[in-house]
Design a protein around this ligand. Structure first.
Ligand code: CP
Length: 343
């Protein structure tokens, strides 16, 4: 694999390679020196056309821990303000000797367009999607996977550990690239994935589209709004709910999603207060889940909206800080595997 643009076509072997490589880099990061010379001489350019805190910083730190040289681009302070195009910007970084481009953009498909241009030019530059519009956020889903798998088996994180686990993804599914990438990885693991959102954030048409896409890989899914979904299929894997409770019932993990106000065109429905009341995750609602349930959130968080402030900071349940920590090792793994063309 030359580029990582989507998890839709990732194989189980590829997921496990990323997980095992990230585990070995986690060990490197626990050492005093924290660095390896693996990508010495290579240039990693972070091309962020949309704002970011954790993805940009952890890709930068990951590249530095691998001894690569890093270039950081932010659209607002770049020559794009003078009219330079996205592809001309990418070619400018190519001309400086960039080996890996990490690309974020608010429109879906921009990383793919840059990758296509690099391929057309016949250059050996890899493109990593760091989040494109409502499409995908592969490195986030991989770090979520790594966070969960290392919790179950720190010595040997692997995809199979999630087989049969119930995982609820709650919130703004419609606008979430994180949800889409997580759906691919969790279905590949054999987990039971429950999406829960109000109808405005999981419209029926969009739900059918997700199911159709998922159906290409796996026929076992069901739409349900009842507390006890019934499926004619033997092992349903993807459930959709317009209520929170059936998704939380006996869940092993709950992934909460940020309400992406910047991507909403209509007046927000439900309101933030209504959303928190109906779908916000709190300690009380968590009692529906398994006793040792853990809660994830990709960040940034709207405190007190998708998750209560108190639960967000509770180390017994919240994996939010672990997710950020995992991000460095997982992104080291991606840069290393792409840099040495092993994924
Ligand atoms: N989770 C995530 O992508 O966060 P940032 O927008 O801060 O990178």
């Amino acid at each position: 694999r030359h580029h990582v643009l989507s998890l839709a076509d990732f194989t189980a072997a590829e997921y496990n390679t990323v997980l095992q490589t990230a585990a070995s880099f986690q060990e490197v990061l626990s050492r005093r020196t924290k660095k390896v010379p693996t990508l010495q001489g290579q240039v990693v350019a972070n091309l962020f056309f949309e704002s970011s805190t954790r993805t940009r910083s952890s890709f930068e730190l990951a590249a530095k821990r691998l001894s690569a040289d890093t270039l950081n681009f932010a659209a607002a302070t770049s020559s794009m303000t003078k009219g330079e195009t996205i592809l001309d910007t990418a070619k400018t970084y190519l001309a400086m000797g960039t080996d890996i481009m990490v690309v974020r953009h608010r429109e879906a498909g921009v990383p793919n367009a840059i990758a296509a241009e690099m391929d057309r030019l016949g250059v050996k530059v890899s493109v990593l999607n760091a989040g494109d519009g409502q499409h995908e956020h592969p490195s986030q889903a991989l770090l979520d996977l790594f966070t969960i798998c290392t919790l179950i088996d720190p010595a040997s994180p692997r995809l199979e550990l999630l087989k049969g686990k119930k995982i609820a993804i709650v919130g703004d599914i419609l606008h979430s690239r994180v949800a889409r990438s997580n759906i691919w990885s969790l279905i590949a693991s054999g987990a039971e994935v429950h999406l829960a959102a109000p109808p405005t954030l999981l419209p029926k048409l969009f739900a059918e589209y997700i199911l159709e896409e998922a159906g290409v890989k796996n026929q076992n899914f069901i739409i349900s709004s009842s507390p006890t979904p019934h499926s004619p299929l033997p092992t349903p894997q993807l459930f959709l709910h317009w209520q929170l409770e059936p998704a939380l019932q006996n869940a092993d993990f709950v992934m909460t999603l940020r309400l992406q106000k910047e991507r909403m065109t209509a007046h927000l429905l439900p309101s933030l207060r209504e959303y928190h009341q109906l779908f916000g995750i709190t300690s009380t609602k968590l009692q529906l889940c398994k006793p040792n349930v853990k809660v994830l959130h990709p960040g940034p968080v709207n405190r007190g909206v998708e998750i209560s402030s108190e639960l967000m900071d509770d180390p017994e349940f919240s994996l939010i800080q672990s997710q950020v920590t995992s991000g460095v090792a997982v992104r080291m793994a991606l840069l290393y595997l792409i840099g040495s063309s092993k994924v």
